[in-house]
Design a protein around this ligand. Structure first.
Ligand code: AKB
Length: 344
């Protein structure tokens, strides 16, 4: 139980996931945050010391939400909990519960929190390139840099969930209880959303995603393990190094609301083909053994995602600028970081 003088806290859901690891490290290093980390899995020991409190619990459980409401004064929520695109296809109804109902419970918590402490609650929501649905490989290749308003016809449950939650967040921020007499009590939700590309971390390996072939390939190569890549060598989607993804979340959170012209932003850094990633892995890791054995069903998902996205709005409104372009991402972060992870 926290002390009765409730200090402004930051809540991170899905805290034990790939983004959660990076975000907790970054927030803890800035030192100014009371971090409440929640995940259905036990939070890694390495993260516990960096958090004020760690909760092993499910955001779908009402008691968990009531505890968060009663014990903390939450001013910022990073809602990272989600079932990613591949895993969600095997359990679509569970994915809907986690990805959509879980998000709605968190938005409701934000409304209640803002009523208590009188400040808007910043709600940082990671969406995805999975909200896009290009109808064919030729359309994908001719689409070029896809803007936020175009091609939003997702073919996965995860993509549908993320697209709907983008609208849900906008609703809670601007239209919630619009017919209520006491409109001044509308929820103070400051919803801010980033559509992330595929993310590659040197320190964690993803699970359940369809863009996972890129990190899986690199981490397998560093361990001299054979890897059958489940997409064709010519497939191309946007990617980003994990540190840039974390920096983008923090930069959007810190941006003045007055400068944000939209609630949903594309960001990206580089768009290598799977074959180009393989070539880099073969050069970097002696003994790398990577073949292509496309899984037609997962390939169809990746073929529906854009080759590139237009992130000019993020660059204009809140100064998004990735540090790691493709060369720097592999040479300065991924190869040395992954090599070190498996050294010895
Ligand atoms: C996935 O592959 O499902 C995610 C994503 C692209 O959002 N990494």
């Amino acid at each position: 139980m926290t002390n009765h003088i409730r200090k402004p806290a930051t809540l991170i859901t899905g805290a034990n996931g790939e983004m959660g690891h990076g975000l907790i490290e970054a927030l803890a290093s800035s030192g100014s945050n009371i971090i409440i980390a929640i995940d259905v899995r036990s939070i890694d020991q390495s993260l516990r010391s960096k958090c004020t409190e760690t909760i092993t619990g499910d955001i779908l459980e009402q008691l968990v939400m009531e505890r968060l409401q009663s014990e903390y004064e939450i001013h910022t929520i990073y809602h990272l909990a989600a079932l990613l695109s591949t895993r969600a296809e095997f359990t679509p109804e569970s994915a809907h519960k986690v990805n959509v109902e879980g998000t709605m419970y968190l938005l409701k918590l934000a409304v209640e929190q803002s009523r208590w402490h009188g400040f808007p609650v910043k709600f940082l929501f990671p969406s995805s390139i999975a909200v896009y649905g290009l109808p064919s490989v030729s359309a994908k290749k001719s689409a070029g840099k896809v803007a936020e308003k175009d091609w939003t016809m997702p073919i996965t449950m995860y993509g549908c969930n993320k697209l709907y939650c983008e609208h849900l967040g906008r609703y809670y921020a601007h239209h919630y209880r619009q017919l209520a007499a006491d409109t001044e009590k509308r929820g103070g939700v400051d919803f801010r959303c980033i559509r992330f590309p595929g993310l590659i971390s040197a320190v964690t390996v993803p699970s359940g995603g369809t863009s996972d072939y890129a990190p899986e390939m690199l981490h397998a190569a560093a361990q001299k393990k054979h890897y059958d890549c489940f997409v064709r060598d010519d497939v191309r989607i946007p990617f980003m190094a994990m540190p840039d993804a974390i920096d983008a979340l923090l930069k959007l959170e810190a941006a003045p609301a007055s400068g944000l012209s939209q609630s949903v932003y594309n960001i990206t850094s580089f768009s290598p083909s799977a074959g180009e990633i393989r070539a880099i892995a073969l050069r970097a890791f002696e003994g790398a053994d990577i073949t292509f054995r496309p899984d037609d069903k997962r390939q169809a998902i990746v073929d529906s995602w854009p080759e590139d996205v237009d992130d000019s709005a993020a660059r204009r409104d809140w100064g998004f600028a990735p540090f790691y372009d493709q060369q720097r991402a592999f040479d300065q972060y991924l190869i040395p970081g992954i090599r070190q992870r498996y050294a010895g």
